[in-house]
Design a protein. Structure first.
Length: 355
């Protein structure tokens, strides 16, 4: 028997891309009576919620709009879980595209055949880039130096990583909801809790969705700053997950600040010695940028150094800021108790099915 799927879209100001995504979901080769679409709107100011209500009210697939006054992705996901009727929840961002009409059918088939509690997917930045800088950001983020998450190329069981996107309802009854103290990296925290709980995760390339990259450097900087703050909270909550790779942006930021201080306060020879380790980073950026030029063209390659600088400095500033000024939310780290989750999902799920 095929599972009932709840597709949850936690969005804010996605009026431009969201209709295309919903249209792709409505065109899925999956029984229309066996899935629903929940758009959880974080107080959009561009009319996103009104557009969805106006355009998708009378469709064969049920499309609902829910309010997310807290605005964060974690809060939006939790709102969707509480209202969902599905046996499994499929989480998507509002700025992605779905390359396959079999996404939901493949999701159901993989859940049934593997017995996994959660499914992971590739999320390459192959969505439409509206600017040349957006193209360069996508190219840079897709390589190892761009600090993008690289999922396995072949299907198989994995530790729950940051690109898990589908979960059985029973998973939330077991480990609770997403931790709303996280603005970013809530998925990393949730998946680490899944790993500790022994939930089996399965990754399959058939489940890939294409994310749209940021179109401007300042948007990438804001995203990386949020990620840096989230990573700091994540490592504070799960110290065993801390690694050199995770704190590398902070090390590079401190090295840049130290070099600037050295050039302004020390003799040139000593300043050059202090600056020398940064040359390795600059050389790596140059080499990778040349590789991007050779593979994707000069117009992406020459912008790549600025993209890499934004990635590392943005994450580094976010890490440093959160270490220096830890937020109150990060200290509280409240998660819904399992008993509460079980009661909420059972009662709401049954009510929605009856409706």
């Amino acid at each position: 028997m095929l599972p009932y799927l709840s597709v949850i879209l936690s969005v804010r100001n996605e009026r431009k891309m969201l209709p295309g995504l919903i249209d792709q979901l409505l065109e899925q080769n999956y029984p229309v009576e066996l899935y629903e679409i929940l758009v959880v709107d974080g107080e959009s100011t561009d009319g996103t919620a009104d557009l969805v209500k106006r355009r998708y009210t009378d469709r064969r697939v049920r499309v609902r709009v829910l309010d997310n006054p807290k605005r964060s992705v974690a809060a939006g996901r939790n709102t969707g879980i509480r209202a969902a009727s599905g046996d499994a929840m499929v989480f998507l961002s509002g700025h992605c595209t779905i390359p396959s009409k079999e996404l939901l059918a493949d999701t159901a088939e993989i859940l049934e055949t593997t017995g996994a509690g959660c499914l992971c997917r590739p999320q390459p930045l192959l969505g439409h880039a509206e600017t040349r800088m957006g193209e360069a950001i996508a190219r840079a983020r897709s390589c190892h130096m761009g600090r993008g998450t690289m999922p396995p190329e072949l299907a198989g069981f994995v530790d729950p990583p940051g690109f898990a996107g589908t979960f059985l309802r029973s998973v939330f009854e077991e480990v609770g909801f997403f931790d709303e103290s996280f603005d970013a990296c809530a998925g990393l925290d949730f998946n680490e809790r899944l790993r500790k709980a022994g939930v089996r995760a399965y990754c399959d390339p058939r489940l890939a969705v294409y994310e749209q990259p940021p179109q401007k450097l300042h948007r990438l900087l804001a995203e990386m700053f949020r990620h840096g703050r989230g990573a700091s909270r994540w490592m504070r909550k799960h110290p065993e997950c801390a690694s050199v790779a995770e704190v590398a942006p902070l090390g590079i930021l401190l090295a840049v600040l130290l070099a600037l201080f050295a050039w302004s306060q020390l003799p040139h020879l000593m300043a050059a010695i202090v600056f020398a380790p940064l040359l390795l980073f600059f050389a790596a950026v140059l080499i990778v940028s040349m590789q991007i030029s050779a593979t994707h063209g000069f117009r992406s390659g020459w912008r790549a150094p600025a993209v890499f600088a934004t990635i590392y400095l943005g994450q580094g500033i976010g890490l440093l800021y959160e270490y220096a000024f830890p937020s109150d939310a990060g200290k509280r780290r409240k998660v819904a108790p399992v008993a509460t989750v079980t009661q909420a999902t059972e009662s709401l799920g049954e009510a929605e099915r009856a409706a």
